[in-house]
Every structure is written in C-alpha cells, then in structure tokens.
Write a protein that binds this ligand. Structure first.
Ligand code: G1P
Length: 287
C-alpha cells in the first residue's frame, strides 16, 4: 500500500472567525491548548502517513512556524519541568515524517487548494484532511478508513448522518443500496437545498483518493459559492471509478462554525479530569 501522503488544505480566509483569523489561519485556533491543525496532523501520523503536505496562504505563516519552530531549551531560568514540557514540543513531527508547504496564491475553493498538491503527490493515492472537522474517536478516522481502502482499493469519503435541513452545509451523497457503514455511492452534490438533497448523509472532511482526481480538478469550472469545488471533481471521478462512503465511528465537531468550535472546546475541557468538575459546576451556575 503506497498510502503515505496526506494533504491539509489550510489556506481558507477563515472569515467566520474574524478578527481572530486576521493574521492566523483558522486551523491554528486552539481547542483548549492545541491548535486544530495539530489534532489533524496527529491523526494522520497515527494512521501511518509520513508525508504531510500543507496548502497554505501566502500571508499566514503560523502553521509553518508551528511545526518547524523548536523552542529554545537553553533559556537560563527554565525549571526542569518546563524543560521537559518544552522538549515535548520538539517532537510534534517525528523524524520519519516530512512536511511540505505549498502556497495557494488565491483562495479559489477546496478543489483548487487540493490541485496545488498535484506535483507533490505524483502518482500515489493520498488522503485529504480538513482540520476544521475535528473528530473525537477511539481509533482515528483516517486509520478506520485505511482498513476499508485496503479492502476495496477505491477512493473513500467519510460521511455522517445529518439533518436534511442542514444539507446546504455539506456535500451530500446519493446511493442505490444502503449497507452497514460502507456504501458504494452513485452521485454527490455540493450544498444542495433540503428539497434537492439526495440523502441525509453529509460528507465530513476525511477523504482517500486515487490520483486521477487531479486531472478532474483541472477540468472543472467554478461551482457553488463561486469556488472550484472538490465535490464536482468527485462527481466526475464516479464516471470511471467506484467510490465508497464510510460512516465513521466518532463524534465530529464542525469547528468551521462558532457553535461547533465552542462545543468542541467544552467537550474537550470536560475530558480533562483536573478541571471537569469545576467546569460542570460553572456551567450549572451559568444556566
Ligand atoms: C467542504 C466540502 C463539503 C463537505 C464539508 C465538510 O465544505 O466542500 O462537501 O461536506 O467541507 O466539512 P466547507 O465546509 O469547506 O464549505
């Protein structure tokens, strides 16, 4: 299996989170003490990926700095505990994993962002992770998907059941026959109205693609929201190749929205034993 490369599109404007995202990408916003992008990177490394390809904007360098910067351990007044803690920051990216940063000149959409990785990916299959879809799972979603990829040797898209009224926020899949959690899809539509949504399964930001997707991304023109949409290339890929949807095990937080981001922070804070009880009391008092 040559599935070693993973693409993180992180060049979006993050306009929903302005002014917080004026100088940093939205993927640098933290859930408690860790930026969203780091959760995504750890999920990928844990699943065995060792070539990380970031598609970044040319004005926001924080992600590059976050992964490349090694804090100084020689500051004279560092206590032993602080030294240990800081030295852990040196190992976010283990030695066997490489990072490449590619600049997307203009944020023309998710499809356009992924196309920037064409040369870096080459002939290999690859994964895509949207870091603002934070998924809390016992076994990381990419790891879950790889097992099915090995089985089917086909592109796989992760999905979750959504409320039809929310279809305008998702790529929505269509299929003929249901199944357990792995279904062969027959069509996909980007952000349809609830009346036009072909199912109640929405795409969540984890994908594994064969590299044919690049030539299709080059073919498509601007779609929904005036953007080059990944979904439109997936639709074309379906004409020649099988694609499966995978309903993952785990809880997904849509950290691209203020509500989802806030929920994630509360949920992750409640997992912290030291603070959980105090936080519960605080929330109770607030309510
Ligand atoms: C993107 C995709 C959409 C997918 C969603 C998942 O939309 O275009 O198909 O369902 O991510 O988060 P965005 O949220 O970037 O508008």
């Amino acid at each position: 299996m040559n599935l070693k490369k993973v693409v993180f599109p992180v060049a979006g404007l993050g306009s929903r989170f302005l002014p917080a995202t004026k100088a940093i990408p939205k993927e640098m916003l933290p859930i408690i003490d860790k930026p969203l992008i780091q959760y995504a990177v750890e999920e990928a490394i844990d699943a065995g990926f060792n070539e990380l390809i970031f598609i970044t904007g040319d004005t926001k360098r924080a992600i590059t700095d976050h992964f490349d910067f090694k804090p100084d351990l020689n500051i004279s007044n560092l206590t032993k505990d602080k030294k240990i803690f800081i030295s852990q920051m040196h190992r976010i990216i283990p030695d066997h994993v490489s990072c490449q940063y590619i600049i997307q000149d203009e944020p023309l959409g998710l499809g356009h962002a992924i196309l920037q990785a064409k040369e870096a990916v080459g002939e290999d299959p690859f994964a895509v992770v949207l870091a603002d879809d934070l998924i809390d799972a016992k076994s990381g979603v990419l790891k879950q998907m790889i097992e099915h990829y090995q089985d089917k040797n086909s592109s796989i898209i992760s999905v979750q059941k959504i409320k039809k009224s929310e279809s305008v926020n998702y790529g929505i899949i269509e299929f003929k026959e249901g199944g357990e959690n792995l279904i062969k899809i027959t069509n996909i539509v980007e952000k349809p109205s609830p009346e036009n949504a072909p199912s109640n399964f929405g795409v969540v930001g984890r994908y594994i693609f064969c590299n044919k997707i690049f030539s299709l991304l080059e073919k498509i023109s601007v779609g929904v929201d005036n953007e080059i949409q990944l979904t439109d290339a997936i639709k074309l890929l379906l004409e020649t190749s099988p694609i499966y949807s995978y309903e993952f095990d785990g809880t997904r937080y849509d950290c691209g929205t203020k509500l989802g981001f806030t929920k994630a922070n509360i949920a992750f804070a409640l997992k912290d034993r030291e603070n959980a009880n105090k936080l519960k009391g605080f929330i109770k008092d607030l309510l």
